[in-house]
Ligand binder design. Structure first.
Ligand SMILES: *Cc1c(COP(=O)(O)O)cnc(C)c1O
Length: 387
């Protein structure tokens, strides 16, 4: 069967773009490795396929699945999340344009915008996205083309009102871009809340098994789609067939994984909240979180990402990070296995010393799908190492 937009999320996840192969009936669409396609006479293309950079059936299947899950009309898949962001920015901005982004944006996004695209004439202003007046002023101060937000943000887990930001961006003639990597399309659909563009690092929850690097851009407007599709083709940072296949396979189980990630995240956050060593727990599922009500409104559940700050400062955070055994100390997030990250020296090392720097007493946990008792027991024993 094929999927329709009226079907539920999990049905679309399993079926969108995944029709069985007509010749043999193979239920899983075959992986197409071919870099080129035979022509029936010059220019006689079969189903539009000409050359692998421009089109590949395995990549197309993933793109169709991504568009169906983000409630977009077009999706483009890339070799990494940053390649997707680079294609998006180059497709839709020109020298002299400006990007207003969160002051706790993913470090790699800030590095791309400030240190690569800055030299090509793209300006940027990092602001606190939760403060809508500040955002409005920053947008008005320049020729703003994009308002760029991550919600929940990384690693401070701030929640921003997507619908309100869309209004601010549109009033100024700008577009709202939402990096939906942390929530995943199962928990939140920014295009339905008024955003113009969704970007993903599919390396994280979408792939979900920490075995493939990739990125995606999803839109609901044919004109934006055409420009992004052109850069995907003309620059060529496409996902390879194997990467696209692995990402599609991961995406089919996104809903069931996110249910468990969210359950485990909630339980770990509640356990941390009771611990005397802990200064603050940053998790939108806690009623004490300043964004809790807003998160309830724009997200289905709260996900598996939990940040924690220690009263014992940097020394305590470092000690815990190096004392777990179920949580693996590693960058990245969103896989079935639990990971722990010390952002100030790891994922966010590139923004050290800038206004995007992360507190040194903070650890970021990506709660996997293991049994939650084992996650909590692991943290419990790691806490005994705190000096
Ligand atoms: C990882 C990540 C990116 C970058 O994606 P890559 O696949 O590593 O290139 C962008 N945004 C967020 C929120 C991320 O976590």
């Amino acid at each position: 069967m094929t999927a329709s937009e009226h079907q539920g999320f999990n049905t679309r996840a399993v079926h969108a773009g995944q029709a069985f192969e007509p010749r043999t009936g193979a239920v899983v669409p075959p992986l197409h490795f071919s870099s080129t396609y035979a022509q029936d006479g010059i220019g006689g293309l079969r189903s539009g396929y000409e050359y692998g950079r421009g089109g590949n059936p395995t990549r197309d299947a993933l793109q169709e699945q991504l568009a169906a899950l983000e409630l977009g009309t077009h999706a483009y898949s890339f070799s990494s999340g940053l390649a997707a962001e680079d294609a998006l920015i180059r497709a839709l901005t020109r020298p002299g344009d400006h990007i207003v982004l969160g002051n706790d944006a993913y470090g790699g996004t800030y590095r791309l915008i400030s240190r690569v695209l800055g030299d090509w004439g793209i300006g940027n202003t990092p602001v606190d996205m939760a403060n809508l007046d500040t955002v409005r002023q920053a947008v008005a101060a320049n020729r703003t083309r994009f308002v760029w937000v991550e919600t929940p943000s990384n690693p401070l887990m701030k929640i921003t009102d997507i619908a309100a930001l869309a209004d601010i961006a549109h009033d100024a003639g700008a577009l709202l871009v939402v990096d939906n990597t942390f929530a995943s399309p199962y928990l939140q659909n920014p295009l339905a809340l008024g955003a113009d563009v969704v970007v993903h690092s599919t390396t994280k929850y979408i792939g979900g098994h920490s075995d493939v690097v990739g990125g995606a851009v999803v839109v609901k407007d044919a004109d934006l789609a055409e420009k992004i599709g052109f850069v995907q083709f003309a620059v060529g940072a496409v996902s390879g067939p194997m990467d696209a296949f692995l990402t599609t396979r991961g995406l089919k189980t996104l809903g069931v994984r996110m249910d468990r990630h969210s359950e485990n995240g909630q339980a770990v956050a509640e356990w941390l909240l009771e611990r005397p060593e802990v200064e603050a727990v940053l998790y939108p599922g806690l009623p004490s979180h300043p964004g809790h009500e807003l998160a309830k409104k724009q997200m289905r559940k709260f996900g598996g990402m939990v940040s924690v700050q220690f009263k014992g400062g940097e020394a305590a955070a470092r000690k815990v990070a190096e004392s777990t055994s179920v949580f693996t100390l590693a960058e990245s997030l969103g896989g079935i296995e639990s990971l722990m990250n010390y952002p100030s020296e790891m994922t966010h090392a590139s923004v050290k010393g800038t206004e995007l720097a992360v507190p040194v007493n903070l650890l970021r946990l990506s709660c996997g799908i293991e049994d939650v008792e084992d996650l909590i027991a692991d943290l419990d024993q790691a806490f005994t190492s705190i000096p």
